[in-house]
Design a protein around this ligand. Structure first.
Ligand code: COA
Ligand code: MG
Length: 305
């Protein structure tokens, strides 16, 4: 019997996606651990964390977890196998069921892959007695060279599409790179491009840009530094691979108390002068982009009005 633990205490209608923890689909021990770690979402993995011989078992296991955790307050995603593996249909028929909040599509080549999955979801939701549109879609948008030319295709977004994230490992393997990091740990140029294009593609579509994982899960201060950079650049959440990364990610991607105070000040100032497009506050200039950013901050902080 599994615990019906709550991953977060916040009940919100819109899915909060600061931290998304990968859990290998063949490890019940990790699943139980993951439920209590405070992640906003778990990504139950059927793809690369699961050996080919264990796929069948993982599928059945993940399906069982979803049923048992129907009441979980933590969003449950499943990373299915890529469309060209021939495993997708079996993955979907096993895991599309009440309890599933979303799918993560790996190695997607563009919006047509989202449409193909969505089509199957339309049928499966009816079969499983789920409301149409229940299962959302997030995409790993930079894992193939071809995908790099289709990032604009996510706009306008499919109604199920809520987030784009990116990955450097599969892309590097696909192009035959011998490394994707500089000696100082920063991304080499091709992966900076992938990261940046993912950020722009998600922003253009008006959906969440999710930073890729930080592989060195023992390096908490490195993770924190990197998360601050990601948040500064506009990412709104991050993939995680280890429970020890969750707290850092949640803190870094939540607006700080100072951010919230400043955002509220900006929103209030513009509300007080509805015909003004630029104003000065405490010696700083604020215009419409600042107002939009302030509204986003308040939304992220769960402040309405
Ligand atoms: N989800 C849930 N629990 C996890 C976890 C995860 N992603 N990663 C580690 N844990 C658990 C371990 O099971 C262990 O629990 P225990 O004390 O009950 O045995 C505890 O956290 C400490 O783990 P630790 O010993 O520090 O790490 P590890 O060597 O067991 O595992 C990894 C290291 C990388 C194998 C593991 O973190 C992992 O599986 N990560 C996810 C991998 C993945 O899904 N990749 C696909 C996307 S790239
Ligand atoms: Mg991968």
């Amino acid at each position: 019997m599994l615990h019906h633990a709550r991953c977060t205490d916040d009940a919100e209608s819109e899915m909060k996606l600061r931290s998304l923890l990968f859990v290998p689909g063949d490890s019940e021990r990790k699943f139980i651990k993951a439920l209590g770690c405070g992640a906003d979402a778990l990504i139950l993995d059927l793809e690369d964390a699961v050996a080919p011989t264990q796929k069948e078992m993982a599928r059945a296991q993940v399906a069982a977890w979803l049923s048992e955790n129907n009441a979980s307050n933590c969003a449950l995603f499943v990373r299915i196998n890529p469309l060209d593996t021939g495993m997708t249909t079996a993955d979907l028929s096993a895991v599309v069921k009440p309890g599933l909040n979303g799918l993560l599509i790996p190695k997607a080549n563009g919006a047509h892959d989202v449409a193909a999955i969505a089509e199957q979801l339309n049928t499966l939701e009816v079969e499983k007695g789920m409301a149409h549109g229940t299962v959302k879609i997030a995409v790993v948008a930079t894992e193939t060279p071809l995908a790099m030319f289709h990032l604009g295709s996510y706009t306008p977004p499919h109604s199920r599409l809520i987030a784009l994230t990116w990955g450097a490992e599969d892309l590097a393997a696909a192009i035959g790179a011998t490394a994707n990091k500089e000696p100082d740990g920063s991304w080499t140029f091709p992966y900076q491009v992938a990261r940046t294009q993912c950020l722009f593609a998600a922003s253009a579509a008006g959906i969440a840009p999710i930073e890729t994982l930080y592989a060195d899960f023992r390096d908490v201060s490195g993770l924190e530094r990197d998360c601050r950079r990601s948040r500064r650049d506009g990412f709104t959440g991050r993939l995680a691979i280890h429970p020890d990364q969750i707290e850092t990610i949640n803190v870094c991607f939540a607006p700080s108390p100072e951010d919230i105070v400043e955002a509220q000040m900006i929103v209030d100032a513009f509300a007080a002068q509805p015909d003004v497009g630029t104003l000065g506050l405490n010696g700083k200039m604020y215009d419409i982009p600042h107002l939009k950013a302030a509204r986003k901050t308040l939304t992220a902080a769960g402040v309405t009005k």
